[in-house]
Design a protein around this ligand. Structure first.
Ligand SMILES: Nc1ncnc2c1ncn2[C@@H]1O[C@H](COP(=O)(O)OP(=O)(O)OP(=O)(O)O)[C@@H](O)[C@H]1O
Ligand SMILES: [Mg+2]
Length: 371
């Protein structure tokens, strides 16, 4: 056997856990000013005061979630008087799911599963905080998934105005928006009380990506597994997408590709083959959280390039029985989550027809829906 071949029980991974997406890096580079802003905003909470609310925004894979978790970790090591809750709004995408998650964190048990209104659960939470004299910080991660249907406004409103109804309660919010701009406008009754510290996570520069990827390589692989040209290729890919998650996923998949060939080093070819899957990482992750109805709508738009709303409804209802209002509610949700673009055509005597288009390449969407 050639000596650059792996034996059966050998591996090129020194510590594969550091390539998992939920791994919280010990070394968190190039985000000092953002971490400082978060600490500054949450410091009052540690002193028993209401924290300063934050709006954290930036494109996917720029370290927003990790930064908040790092700061939470530090506070938790320091005090138990601050209750920190991180909510993944993609998973918990209704006001009831969010409040249940908060309840679980505070009471360590599931909330009563049925027949309890959002308001009632929220009140129990607030009263408990007052009784125990604790401060609560709720991080609504990927809050964009709560925008449709008014869930985000309702939750923000409840938390931010809680002290008006329940004097003495101390709650704050960190809203994380995964987006390049701050496109969403909260309802006026929210924005009149939500005057957040705005913390921007811009895309990492080429050199910053290089640093972060290099340090992850050192942790993840044995020495010399990743040659310089391979490292560079990965950094270049990350630079195109701007998403560090793609880079970390690429490291994992190319490592597995190398092992599959029983090779002791990763080749450029291993990376190229891995890229096809990594590139669509985000889209796939997002689409997998959609309902079957929503996926069906996306698929139909993908298959039709651009399509009139009426025609889409017709195709959709060939094998579904859904009223137009519900159907159009789903289209709106997909628009709010930036999958679809809806515009009006002024053409024709009948005037305004809604034209629906995909915001992503059709092939990519079909690939990610799968099946
Ligand atoms: N400064 C950094 N140093 C080390 N690792 C980082 C850094 N920034 C991001 N990462 C890594 O990149 C990946 C993506 O980061 P994270 O999940 O925090 O991004 P995000 O901005 O929340 O993305 P999204 O908007 O898609 O939720 C994580 O695996 C994280 O460990
Ligand atoms: Mg995130």
């Amino acid at each position: 056997m050639k000596n650059n071949m792996l034996l059966w029980d050998e591996t090129i991974f020194r510590d594969p856990i550091v390539l998992e997406l939920d791994y919280l890096p010990e070394q968190f580079m190039h985000r000092d000013s953002q971490l400082q802003s978060l600490i500054y905003s949450l410091k009052p909470a540690v002193k028993g005061m209401r924290p300063i609310n934050c709006l954290v925004y930036g494109p996917p894979g720029t370290g927003k979630t990790s930064a908040v978790l790092k700061v939470f970790e530090e506070i938790e090591a320091h005090t138990s008087d601050v209750v920190l809750v991180k909510i993944n709004c993609q998973m918990d995408s209704t006001r009831f799911a969010v409040v249940s998650r908060i309840y679980r964190k505070l009471f360590n048990i599931d909330p009563p599963s049925s027949g309890v209104a959002f308001r009632k659960l929220f009140e129990k939470i607030v009263l408990k905080l007052i009784e125990k004299d604790k401060v609560m910080v709720v991080c609504l991660d990927d809050i964009n998934y709560l925008f449709h249907g008014g869930h985000a406004d309702e939750i923000m409103y409840s938390i931010l105005r809680a002290h008006e109804q329940y004097p003495g309660v101390k709650m704050g919010v960190i809203a994380i928006v995964s987006d390049t701009g701050k496109l969403y406008r909260f309802d006026p009754k929210v924005s009149s009380v939500f005057l957040p510290e705005e913390i921007e996570f811009p895309p990492y520069s080429y050199d910053e990506v290089g640093d972060i990827i290099s340090s992850r390589i050192q942790l993840a692989f044995y020495p010399e597994v990743v040659p310089e040209e391979v490292r560079e290729k990965i950094v270049n890919y990350v630079d195109v997408t701007g998403d560090l998650r793609v880079g970390i996923d690429l490291l994992k998949r190319s490592g597995l590709n190398a092992e599959k060939r029983a090779s002791k080093n990763i080749s450029e070819d291993d990376v190229s083959r891995a890229y096809e899957s990594s590139r669509l990482l985000h889209l796939r992750r997002n689409i997998s959280s959609l309902t079957d109805y929503e996926k069906k709508i996306l698929r139909l738009v993908a298959e039709n390039d651009e399509i009139k709303a009426g025609k889409l409804y017709e195709l959709f209802n060939e094998n579904n029985e859904l009223g137009y209002t519900r159907f159009y509610g789903l289209v709106n949700k997909l628009k709010d989550s930036h999958y679809l673009d809806v515009s009006f055509s002024g053409e024709g005597m009948r005037g305004r027809t809604r034209i629906i288009r995909l915001n992503y390449p059709a092939d990519d969407v079909i690939k990610c829906i799968g099946g």
